[in-house]
Design a protein around this ligand. Structure first.
Ligand SMILES: C[S@@+](CC[C@H](N)C(=O)[O-])C[C@H]1O[C@@H](n2cnc3c(N)ncnc32)[C@H](O)[C@@H]1O
Length: 377
């Protein structure tokens, strides 16, 4: 729904509306300044939930009451990268651009809950061969201006960047996702992030697990009997990695690997001597790092030129919110954030200045599923 329509109906019913604010401003500064201060009436948050609102995000954000949103994830237009028709991104200078983003960020901080998070993904820009470090300049400004903490700079690594080799610079293939919080009590579900949520890690997916050990057993001086036993145990431990029972393993083979240093006689040294090999199982979860690798996505028929990966957004939503929490994207584009939120049983609010993208995002939402529906199919 377009912003004007959306709020016209609501404003009629708004108990407080703008009247108080505007009347106050008129009394103090005269009618001209009051006009400048006009803002949409505050909306009860329930009326905004599970909606895509078309319009300028700064105006819409101002209608949201303080401390209401659990998670904001967004990716503003990059500086002078594309023409989205209107909105932020085509300012004359980097400072102007950052300043406009800071206004939006200020509203994000205001409407976020104490235990909430704000995640901004930004791209960089070369001007006359000079890398501007725009994401970092933005992050520094936010830390100077607002009472927020920067928890992580999560680096999105793109294995498929634009295939254009420059002769005097390397191809950029990373982008930061800055994770900000308002307090130390932020919601954080580390166990739901990447490794144990069904998203398989590269290693568990791979058919190459332990491949090198098969070759080493083959060329070793072990007896036929020892080789048989080694192959059998190797096969078993590979299965344990594949099914997620253990994280990984190392194998030591007599005559090929060095003997374990120190240790008890009855331990690994003894196994090496008796069986000709030993297997060390590594239990526990892999360490969760501030790097996330994911290919740049293109969706068939999508008119939006710069979507971010659904996979990354889902991981961040799982990490930083709970079911039924409110997830908001003020630069919604094709609707990746709202689709991810819906599919993970979160409430969503999307804002986008371009009507075509709003239409497209609504279509995407229609075709998405959510987990609770899955239970009944
Ligand atoms: C980089 S794109 C976001 C893409 C999105 N993450 C996705 O996956 O599709 C930024 C979007 O912000 C929108 N935009 C720019 N200025 C805006 C403003 N002031 N209010 C609302 N939307 C705006 C643009 O039209 C564009 O679609």
């Amino acid at each position: 729904m377009h912003y004007n329509k959306f709020f016209r109906g609501k404003q009629k019913n708004s108990a407080k509306g703008n009247k108080g604010v505007v009347a106050e401003a008129v009394a103090q500064y005269g009618a001209g300044i009051a006009q400048l201060h006009r803002e949409p009436a505050e909306q009860p948050i329930a009326s905004l939930l599970d909606n895509i609102i078309e319009g300028d995000n700064l105006t819409i954000l101002k209608s949201i009451p303080d401390n209401k949103i659990n998670l904001i994830i967004t990716s503003p237009p990059y500086f002078r990268q594309r023409d989205y028709g209107s909105g932020i991104g085509n300012e004359k200078t980097v400072d102007e651009y950052i300043n406009n983003l800071i206004h939006v960020f200020a509203e994000c901080v205001r409407i976020s809950r104490k235990e909430g998070s704000i995640v901004f993904n930004l791209g960089d820009k070369y001007l006359e061969g000079n890398l501007q470090l725009i994401p970092y300049r933005f992050a520094l400004e936010t830390l100077k201006k607002f009472p927020v903490k920067l928890v992580n700079n999560i680096i999105w690594v793109k294995p498929n960047p634009t295939p254009r080799q420059y002769q005097k610079r390397l191809v950029s293939s990373t982008e930061p996702f800055f994770h900000f919080v308002k307090s130390d009590d932020y919601c954080y579900n580390i166990s739901s992030y990447i490794s144990n949520n069904g998203a398989k890690t590269k290693r568990t997916n791979s058919n190459n697990i332990g491949k090198k050990y098969f070759e080493l057993i083959e060329i070793s001086n072990l007896t036929l009997e020892q080789k048989k036993m080694a192959l059998c145990e190797l096969q078993e431990v590979i299965e344990e990695v594949k099914t997620g029972k253990i994280e990984s393993f190392r194998m030591k083979i007599k005559g090929i690997h060095s003997e374990p240093f120190g240790g008890q006689d009855g331990g690994r040294k003894y196994q090496l001597l008796r069986k000709g090999f030993t297997i060390i199982k590594i239990k526990g979860e892999p360490i969760k790092r501030d790097v996330i690798e994911c290919a740049v996505e293109t969706i068939k028929g999508c008119k939006h030129p710069a979507i971010y990966p659904l996979y990354i957004i889902k991981e961040l939503i799982k990490l930083l919110s709970r079911e039924n929490d409110i997830v908001l994207d003020p630069f919604m584009g094709s609707g990746t954030t709202v689709v991810a939120a819906k599919e993970l049983n979160r409430r969503y609010i999307g804002m986008e200045i371009n009507g075509e993208y709003c239409k497209y995002a609504r279509e995407r939402l229609k075709n998405s599923y959510n987990k609770s529906q899955e239970l009944f199919t």
